[in-house]
Design a binder for this molecule. Structure first.
Ligand SMILES: *Cc1c(COP(=O)(O)O)cnc(C)c1O
Length: 497
């Protein structure tokens, strides 16, 4: 056993199977007062299991307490600061959950006929309109279930567009600061990734772009503000260059939280983009639930959107107002079962209506203000590789701490001891020992100041007592894990004492 493993504190919560005790029950049904049926007779032998399922047996309070204890051991945005860069882990207003729990939404079957789901279709139709208004895109499909899936949908639309014009083309350009899902998505869509270097300010090297575009350039995928938290201030030139060779310009909209209400990608000249509803428009994500990655396009790409498209017929010639339009001969087809993750859409809809246009803009402005406040207060204590005002996030480097043997990973682990979630580390790849920090708009000055003081303490510890940082965390339910072993050799069993 390694030293680190020995120091590791004991996991004090058994698994639910270990807590099980034969015969324990939460609820019991009253005795059967109708003749029993034989399931084999009704459903057929191949539909009925021969062995009883091995379900844990517990009382209701045991179940509730077990999961409450587990939730207390975990970090989540309802518990504390969660500056996980690029992920936008903002606080999720509970009113969104209330709305998403309305029985009319939760009890609606995904296969219900349009006649029986007019309310849900109206909500989706309206949400798509709001997203179009926020982004300056003309049409939006809500179908993709995550950002990465939105990217793939977007790249398939790019391919369909070029194929329609006679040549699908072969290459898509991505900056070296791009999220890993960008090259993955374009590769899945059959394109070759052409990486473009960032210049010394962290932005796309525009002269280099001019050199590498050609008639095989299908598109550029660009995140704005980019993953360094820097706004691509030469975006108009970039778009002109790519349009100049007949290519399309895709925006990875994961960072829309910095733009909403301030800048519209459609107005800048982007042809298509995805949204991460679970980031920008609030919804518990990560371990907290599924996502939603709608795709917005300008009119010239609208025919290629996934079908069915939620259409509105105010004259009700079919007898209903909202219907699912499958008559889309140029559509790339379906990209998800049913229409996407509906309840995430409900939460986003509730969020957008609660804030309104002025509120969305204020959210973006506060996200920028909070990030710049943190960057300003921390840049004397950690290396700031790209010195500029940041957008909604910024990237520090633990290179100074590394001189004392403390890595970005150690700083991240030590933060856990102070009740703060770790920032994103080692991303973007172009910054060594990267710590990518995104506070979001929902944090008060008090919680930002707490984070600043903890980060400064850790910088001091790194200098004077580096072993404390390298051994962290020491106050969490589980200590420092061998991360390779933890992912290859998962052990969720209960170890007592
Ligand atoms: C989160 C993120 C993605 C991928 O989104 P998912 O919803 O996690 O699939 C893509 N690009 C950037 C910049 C992101 O931050």
């Amino acid at each position: 056993m390694s030293g680190a493993a020995e120091r590791q504190k004991t996991v004090v919560e058994p698994t639910i199977f270990e807590l099980s005790s034969p015969g324990r029950r939460g609820y019991r049904f009253p005795p059967l007062d109708v003749p029993p049926i034989d399931p084999v007779e009704v459903f057929g032998e191949n539909q009925v299991r021969s062995v009883e399922p091995d379900f844990p047996e517990l009382t209701e309070p045991e179940v509730v307490r077990h999961f409450t204890r587990l939730a207390e051991m975990n970090h989540h945005v309802d518990r504390g600061f969660y500056p996980l860069g690029s992920c936008t882990m903002k606080y999720n207003p509970k009113v969104n959950e209330d709305v998403a729990q309305l029985p009319g939404f939760t009890r609606l079957h995904p296969e219900a006929d349009a006649t029986d789901s007019q309310g849900a279709l109206a909500l989706m139709h309206d949400l798509a309109k709001h997203l179009a208004a926020i982004s300056g895109m003309d049409q939006v499909s809500l179908q993709p279930p995550a950002g990465a899936s939105g990217e793939l949908t977007g790249m398939l639309i790019v391919r369909a567009y070029h194929t329609d014009k006679g040549n699908p083309r072969s290459k898509v350009i991505v900056p070296d600061s791009a999220h890993g899902t960008n090259p993955a998505s374009l590769t899945l869509a059959g394109y070759e990734a052409v990486e473009i270097k960032s210049d010394s300010s962290g932005r796309v090297d525009v002269d280099e772009l001019r050199r590498i575009v050609d008639s095989e350039t299908a598109a550029i995928m660009i995140t704005n503000p980019n993953t360094l938290g820097v706004f691509e201030s030469r975006i108009s030139e970039i778009i002109e260059i790519v349009h100049g060779v007949g290519g399309l310009v895709y925006m990875d909209g994961a960072n829309l939280n910095a733009l909403m209400g301030i800048v519209r990608p459609g107005d800048i000249g982007f042809d298509l983009m995805h949204f991460n509803l679970h980031k920008t428009f609030s919804s518990p994500h990560g371990g907290g639930g599924p996502g939603s990655g709608p795709v917005g396009v300008t009119n010239r790409l609208a025919d290629y959107l996934p079908y069915p498209v939620i259409a509105r017929d105010e004259a009700r010639s079919r007898g209903i107002e909202y219907y699912l339009d499958y008559e889309r001969p140029k559509s790339i087809g379906k990209v998800h079962g049913v229409y996407g993750n509906f309840l995430v859409m409900v939460k986003a809809y509730s969020y957008i209506l609660t804030l309104g246009p002025a509120g969305l803009r204020r959210a973006a402005e506060n996200a920028l203000l909070n990030a710049n406040y943190l960057q300003h207060k921390l840049e004397g204590h950690y290396e700031l590789p790209y010195k500029d005002y940041c957008q909604h996030e910024f990237v520090l480097s633990a290179s100074r701490q590394k001189e004392h043997g403390v890595k970005a990973l150690d700083v991240a682990k030590r933060l856990l001891d102070f009740g703060v979630h770790a920032p994103t580390v080692y991303f973007p790849l172009i910054v060594s020992e990267a710590l990518m920090i995104e506070p979001t708009e929902s944090e008060s000055k008090r919680s930002l100041d707490h984070f600043i003081s903890v980060m400064i303490d850790i910088a001091r510890e790194s200098e004077f007592t580096p072993e404390v940082v390298k051994g962290a965390p020491s106050r969490t339910p589980v200590g420092r894990l061998d991360e390779v072993r933890a992912s290859k050799d998962l052990d969720v069993s209960w170890r007592r004492g």
